[in-house]
Write a protein that binds this ligand. Structure first.
Ligand SMILES: Cc1cc2nc3c(=O)[nH]c(=O)nc-3n(C[C@H](O)[C@H](O)[C@H](O)COP(=O)(O)OP(=O)(O)OC[C@H]3O[C@@H](n4cnc5c(N)ncnc54)[C@H](O)[C@@H]3O)c2cc1C
Length: 301
């Protein structure tokens, strides 16, 4: 039995753990993947206050160590559901059930797929979502980055350091990421940005061979021979299993108030998994602090 169980060890969940431990609450943090969450995919973070530049892995390590040193327990398991039993919460997972007086959901979001045939067959074998993890496999090779937002531009910049050629395929006629990143990319001679085009299909039977793209205005199809493709078209939340205790928005994010409280007393939400405008490490940490302090107030009453 814990005072607080936190689902998700990203910046939101880990910040919540730090705040709750400093308030002397017993805390268990559960995560099914990498401790640190999405930021572990980021080679360079330049907008987290206090660090002019830090890698996502380094920042994750600092947060995890701080939470553990303060006495938070962190376990790896996949949470499959949460329900309330009287005034307690039962958190179900692939490792069994855990009980707590309060819960914070800090489950973040995951990468969105293109929705084309055979895409999932090639994930990890030609299709990647993370240049920092897989970029080195494509040194001297030709890749495409799909998307035009900040993540796509960051991925393309990193890949262009080692790849022979990087295509950036964007469905719109303009890039939606920061101009500073777009400017860096436009100066790279091994980068070609293809606007107004969608990915139609993958070519290659056993081995990923590239993609067919279609110009949305003319309908013209072009074959790009590639060694790899990095999909960076945003994220989707994974909150379906909590809809018995929270309300989900039409896009699947958890609805909460400004105190990160949900409609279920004692159940709070923090970070990218909730309805909000800005999804960043700094805002996830802010949510973690707010949710933990709200949970502490709930526990003390
Ligand atoms: C490539 C990339 C680069 C980025 N660069 C920046 C940047 O430079 N600056 C910036 O501010 N932001 C950046 N971001 C965004 C930032 O990483 C996110 O906004 C932030 O990580 C959100 O934190 P979070 O704690 O809400 O969620 P997440 O980081 O997504 O963490 C959620 C955690 O919950 C776990 N989880 C989910 N479901 C379950 C379950 N059922 N059971 C157990 N565990 C579960 C996941 O495994 C994950 O570890 C970047 C993101 C990416 C992908």
């Amino acid at each position: 039995m814990y005072d607080l169980i936190i689902v998700g060890a990203g910046p939101a969940g880990l910040t919540a753990a730090i705040y709750a431990r400093r308030a002397d609450k017993s805390v268990l943090v559960l995560d099914k993947g990498t401790f640190g969450g999405q930021m572990t995919f980021s080679p360079k973070i330049e907008n987290y206050p206090g660090y002019a530049q830090i890698s996502g892995n380094e920042l994750a390590e600092k947060l995890v160590s701080q939470a553990i040193e303060l006495g938070a327990e962190i376990d790896m398991c996949e949470v499959t559901g949460v329900h309330k039993e009287g005034s307690f919460f039962c958190v179900s997972s692939d490792e069994g059930e855990f009980m707590a007086s309060s819960v914070i959901l800090a489950t973040g979001a995951k990468h969105r797929l293109l929705g084309i045939e055979r895409e999932e067959d090639f994930v990890g074998n030609g299709i990647s979502f993370c240049a920092v993890c897989d970029g080195a496999f494509y040194a001297g090779k030709t890749v495409a980055v799909i998307g035009g937002g900040n993540s796509a531009l960051q991925e393309a910049i990193m890949l262009s350091d080692g790849c022979e050629k990087v295509y950036v395929v964007q469905n719109l006629d303009f890039l939606t990421g920061e101009e500073k990143l777009a400017e860096i990319l436009r100066k790279r001679t091994n980068v070609e940005i293809i606007y107004g085009s969608t990915v139609e299909e993958i070519h290659g039977a056993e081995v990923f061979g590239g993609i067919i793209i279609k110009n949305t205005a003319s309908g013209e199809k072009t074959r790009l021979d590639l060694d790899g493709m990095f999909v960076a078209i945003g994220q989707v939340p994974e909150n379906e299993q909590y809809k018995n205790v929270v309300t989900l928005s039409d896009r699947g994010y958890i609805v909460s108030d400004e105190n990160c409280a949900t409609e279920t007393e004692g159940l709070f939400v923090a970070g990218d998994c909730r309805t909000k405008n800005i999804r960043q490490i700094a805002t996830a940490c802010g949510d973690g602090a707010v949710a933990a302090l709200a949970a502490c107030r709930y526990l003390d009453n």
